[in-house]
Design a protein around this ligand. Structure first.
Ligand code: ADE
Ligand code: ZN
Length: 341
């Protein structure tokens, strides 16, 4: 079985120790039900679930919007700087256990400021945990602030204004939330402004939306990376362009399964992406809601698509090559993969 491995167990062990970066992780989507209950108690907030099991049972989604409704509700327990710290620290402990050496984390400031939690509270707690992980575990990080695309461009612009005092701690902007009906073109001006401020830019595109949205993200937002990008495969000219530009796609297999973007793991396009020469990476998106952290995502596609050792190494290499690290740091991580082999 399995090109390069004697058994599925050996492949799992290889994935477990393989140095990797995670480039598509919504920190609010790493809120485990146990921590949700603890924060609800700590902050005196009522949540509509009686038990952890009841929360998990509610995580059955038939599309992106189903998930988003429960995701925005869940983040309501995040109130204080310590809450954001504890959330981020819990994710980083999981990442460290999965041999993640570098993380590029999304957060949704509008999901917090809209309900009266200050921008400074959210970013303060998140960055304190990121700093601790760098010192304690040697995990480097970048922070990407996402605009909620179901809200207006004016609201995104106001959020960028709020971010100005914190630009030393923000590396990029992204675009997430309900995709269909909210094309990248809606945010062309605010993304131009972010780029002019020296920020990196990424956007979710082609998760549920059509290939035209991926074209818009490239042409109008001038993105450095495409988040998901699955539906690019419907457009051969787009695939050729993504390959020739060396564009990174941050693919999220378990998310795609839970949100019914793909019908079953064996039908996941990741292997087709690699075979087409696309720079695909594997990520966990919202691991608490989708059933697994980054290694679980690698394992799910490795098993279902019978990925070879070479495929897995390509994915790990892509995760560093596609990151916002310096060339010197990328080279260091690529050498660590070589040493692992
Ligand atoms: N926000 C959190 N997770 C998301 C996803 N997978 N797609 C769009 N918006 C999101
Ligand atoms: Zn996402």
């Amino acid at each position: 079985m399995t090109d390069g491995f004697a058994s599925a167990r050996e492949r799992a062990a290889f994935i477990a120790g393989l140095p990797k970066a995670e480039l598509h992780l919504h920190i609010e989507g790493s809120l485990e039900p146990e921590l949700m209950f603890e924060l609800a108690r700590r902050n005196g907030i009522a949540i509509p679930f009686a038990s952890v099991a009841e929360v998990r049972a509610a995580y059955a989604f038939s599309n992106l919007q189903d998930f988003l409704d429960i995701y925005y509700q869940g983040m309501g327990v995040l109130q204080t700087e310590q809450d954001f710290h504890d959330l981020t620290a819990a994710y980083l402990a999981r990442a460290n256990a999965d041999a993640v050496r570098h993380v590029e984390i999304f957060f949704d400031p509008q999901g917090h400021t809209e309900r009266g939690v200050a921008f400074a509270t959210a970013i303060g707690g998140i960055t304190r945990a990121l700093d601790d992980a760098r010192t304690r575990d040697g995990i480097s990080s970048r922070l990407i602030m996402c605009f909620l695309r179901h809200l207006s461009e004016a609201a995104a612009d106001a959020t960028l204004d709020e971010a100005l005092p914190f630009l030393d701690r923000i590396d990029g902007v992204g675009l997430d939330s309900s995709e269909v009906g909210h094309p990248p073109s809606k945010f062309e001006r605010v993304f131009a402004r972010a780029r002019a401020l020296g920020l990196k830019v990424v956007a979710h595109a082609g998760e549920e939306g059509p290939p035209a949205y991926v074209h818009e993200a490239l042409d109008l937002l001038k993105v450095d990376r495409i988040d998901h990008g699955n539906r690019s495969l419907e457009d051969a000219a787009l695939v050729a362009r993504l390959v020739s530009e060396g564009m990174t796609l941050t693919v999220c297999p378990l998310s795609n399964l839970k949100l019914c973007v793909v019908d079953d793991a064996a039908a996941h396009p990741l292997k087709a992406m690699l075979d087409a020469g696309l720079r695909a990476t594997v990520n966990s998106d919202d691991p608490s809601y989708f059933g697994g952290y980054v290694n679980a995502n690698y394992l799910a596609v490795a098993d279902a698509l019978d990925l070879s050792k070479a495929d897995l190494v390509t994915l790990a290499r892509n995760s560093f090559t596609g990151s916002f690290l310096s060339d010197g740091d990328k080279a260091k991580h690529l050498a660590a993969i070589d040493a692992y082999l």
